[in-house]
Design a protein around this ligand. Structure first.
Ligand code: ADP
Ligand code: MG
Length: 714
């Protein structure tokens, strides 16, 4: 049994019972699991802070002073212990909510203690459940210290981060710690002067200096990103050679006549460029796997349609799949109209298509009578068969997982071309990584004449003002969206709901027709309500985020988002994209409760400062980490990045990519297929020893064994 694989129960200070707890609460089952549980942040314990220096943004800090008195307040479950702590500059109120008797007796007044905790301000500075230690004047403050997070359940049972810290110290000092094997080839460690794995592990837990901590982090980040790149590149290279695609050599009558006679507007430069990129893919004889990124309103639908025309010109059928029924309906309306203008037959297949109509569609797909099929999941979950499907388009891809993409075609040697469209804008360098298996095209230009949506951040007490704006826009004949985070009122959450919101709105704007859409309505009802708004019969739509994706009502000019603090930036951006689709002035009002934190306010202000989806998503990712983003989370790669951040570690990422490329250039045997390994790739060659190659194989298997076999998927 290797050191890292040793059962955690054998670690000094653990035993059966605690091992069970660590396993269920923290997924720590082996020595390795524990050793790779890193501090989530580091705090500066190199000095004591004075209370007068405190600020709300500070992480946990150390403060040196004396308790001046204790008092127990409240009754029963609400009982708490309060102490006043003085450091010579000011007073700090310390509160304990549990183990009150214990803490009351544990500390004395008038004796110096060191408190360690996060200061918060509420009628004075406060700290709850700080770590308290005796002050030893002979021991100077320590340097950096890792802070571990402990699940509430363990905390309640009296386990502190310090418990974890001590266990890990036991591991690092264990005689067998030095048996841990290096996980990177020595050639790479040397070339880049990386810290060794063992030293990095020690310093991540017990940094010897800020510098060493930095180097330790760099090493671990590099390792993660290097293997991620290896994984992605292997499949990308394999796919490039292996998967045959249909050849669409010609641009024909459908495309040309639509372009010359029926297209309702001039294409933007970006739309034209993307169409050329797609066209080039379709002439290679390889399967196209392209991601089309374009901000909301950038005109992806037209690109999708014209791509389908290319398929039709070469005698193939196409399908386009949308994440919601509402969106599928809308696509159907647009695409069937455009399609009919050139004599193509377009059909719609969704979950609510009746059995009889469904049967007809199935037949017509098999006979080839239908040229274009628009639909939802029904399109893949159903037993739909085409006569010759040549192209499949997935709109708003972040709602579809990999497994679904894999289902897009069954059987057949030649896979249809795939175009994935998303409005979740991801910076290009990142997209390469996240969607490493896809080629990326970007529509980075909006159709002319769009005015940016004016965006305001408003507290609940500005409702009068907001209502006045709504009234004015209604008088101009415009339509209004109002979005709520909840469907029903929930007494436990201080959030507004669609249901009570609709009541309120009807009261405020008598005589104005209000419709309501949320996910809990029956499909038919949802469609009916939506139709009311799309047709203009209803002037105000109150809804949850079901309207987020793609809905197009150009006459709408106001988007009010209630409890905006509850939404992610990318989601807010999507919602905002529902207005500003006509050429008029339009507005987005982000309503929040009064007492949002400084961070939240900063986050939301980004929305008022820019309408650039790329900037917004970048900011979003910097704050939340890319793993949180819908787009990246479901992009299909099982990222399990513990230390690296795809956004902020861009530089390490590009080094990792470069090294991975040169390793693969020198060692095509790392690819799964054999033969035909002569294709040239840029980036030079990095020759590795056979033991280093073994390390790479082991790591790739360990890290990615569970992920999909991408060559089978896209
Ligand atoms: P998205 O990229 O968000 O899916 P859509 O395809 O729904 O955007 O397009 C948004 C709106 O812009 C639609 O009403 C569409 O007809 C219009 N549009 C698209 N391309 C152009 C263009 N080149 N010029 C003018 N309007 C355009
Ligand atoms: Mg769209």
């Amino acid at each position: 049994m290797s050191f890292l694989e040793t059962d955690i129960k054998f670690l000094k200070g653990v035993g059966e019972k605690r091992a069970g707890l660590l396993g269920t609460e923290m997924e720590i089952r082996t020595f390795g699991d524990l050793l790779y549980t890193f501090p989530h942040r580091y705090v500066d314990t190199s000095r004591f802070y004075r209370i007068e220096e405190f600020s709300g943004e500070m992480p946990a800090v150390q403060v040196l002073g004396r308790f001046v008195g204790f008092v127990v307040e409240g009754e029963g479950a609400r009982q708490r212990l309060k102490a006043s702590f003085h450091d010579g500059s000011r007073f700090l109120e310390v509160t304990w909510f549990s183990k009150i008797n214990y803490f009351k007796n544990a500390y004395k007044t008038g004796v110096p203690y060191i408190l360690f905790g996060k200061p918060t301000y509420y009628n004075g500075w406060q700290m709850s459940h700080p770590e308290v230690s005796d002050y030893d004047a002979t021991r100077p403050p320590q340097g950096f210290r890792g802070v571990y997070s402990i699940p509430d359940k363990m905390r309640k049972r009296g386990y502190s981060p310090k418990f974890l810290w001590e266990l890990i110290r036991g591991l690092v000092q264990h005689p067998r710690f030095r048996e841990i094997n290096e996980t990177l080839p020595s050639e790479i460690v040397e070339k880049l002067s990386l810290m060794s794995l063992q030293d990095a592990l020690v310093n991540l837990h017990f940094p010897k200096s800020p510098d060493m901590l930095q180097k330790a982090k760099e090493r671990m980040k590099f390792e993660e990103l290097f293997y991620l790149q290896m994984h992605i590149l292997r499949y990308a290279r394999e796919r490039g050679r292996k998967i045959r695609g249909f050849l669409f050599p010609k641009i024909g009558e459908y495309f040309n006549s639509f372009y010359k006679k029926h297209i309702p507007f001039e294409l933007t430069g970006a739309q034209k460029r993307v169409l050329r990129e797609i066209r080039d893919d379709m002439r290679t004889g390889r399967q196209m796997n392209r991601l089309l990124q374009g901000d909301v309103g950038s005109g992806k639908t037209m690109v999708a349609f014209m791509t389908m025309l290319m398929a039709a010109d070469n005698g193939f059928q196409s399908s386009i799949m949308a994440p919601t029924e509402i969106l599928a309906n809308q696509h159907y309306e647009t695409i069937s109209q455009w399609g009919e203008s050139v004599g193509l037959k377009v059909a719609l297949l969704t979950g609510s298509t009746r059995a009889k109509a469904r049967g007809v569609i199935h037949d017509q797909l098999l006979s080839g009578e239908i040229d274009i099929l628009v639909g939802t999941h029904a399109l893949i979950e159903d037993t739909v068969q085409f006569r010759n499907l040549g192209l499949t388009i997935i709109d708003e891809q972040h709602r579809f997982g990999v497994a679904q993409r894999a289902k897009m075609w069954k059987g057949g040697d030649t896979a249809p071309h795939v175009l994935v469209m998303t409005a979740t804008p991801i910076p290009r360098t990142l997209a390469m990584t996240v969607y490493g298996d896809l080629d990326v095209s970007v529509i980075d230009e909006l159709p002319p004449g769009r005015k940016p949506v004016q965006t305001y951040l408003k507290y609940g007490n500005c409702r009068m003002e907001v209502n006045a704006l709504i009234n004015r826009e209604l008088r101009f004949g415009r339509q209004i969206y109002i979005v709520y985070p909840l469907v029903h009122e929930n007494p436990k959450l201080e959030l507004l709901s669609v249901e009570t919101g609709a009541e309120r709105i009807r009261g405020l704007f008598p005589g104005v027709k209000v419709c309501m859409v949320h996910g809990q309505l029956k499909q038919a009802e949802k469609d009916y309500q939506m139709e009311q708004f799309v047709s203009g019969a209803a002037r105000i739509l109150v809804a949850t985020t079901v309207i987020e994706v793609g809905v197009n009502v150009p006459n709408a000019s106001v988007m009010v988002i209630e409890n905006a603090e509850r939404f992610g930036l990318s989601q807010l951006h999507q919602l905002r994209g529902r207005v500003g689709r006509g050429a008029d002035h339009s507005y987005c009002i982000l309503m929040t409760k009064q007492n949002i934190s400084g961070d939240t306010r900063k986050r939301l202000s980004i929305m008022t400062e820019t309408t650039d989806g790329f900037l917004i998503s970048e900011a979003d990712m910097k704050m939340r980490g890319p793993g949180d983003m819908e787009g990246t989370q479901q992009s299909g790669l099982a990222f399990n990045l513990k230390v690296a951040n795809l956004v902020t570690d861009g530089q390490i990422l590009s080094v990792a990519r470069h090294v991975a490329e040169s390793v693969l250039n020198a060692h095509p045997e790392l690819l799964k297929f054999s033969g035909n390994a002569n294709e040239e790739y840029p980036g030079g060659k990095l020759q590795l020893s056979s033991s280093s190659l073994e390390i790479i194989s082991v790591e790739l298997r360990r890290r990615f064994a569970k992920t999909y076999d991408w060559s089978q998927i896209s």
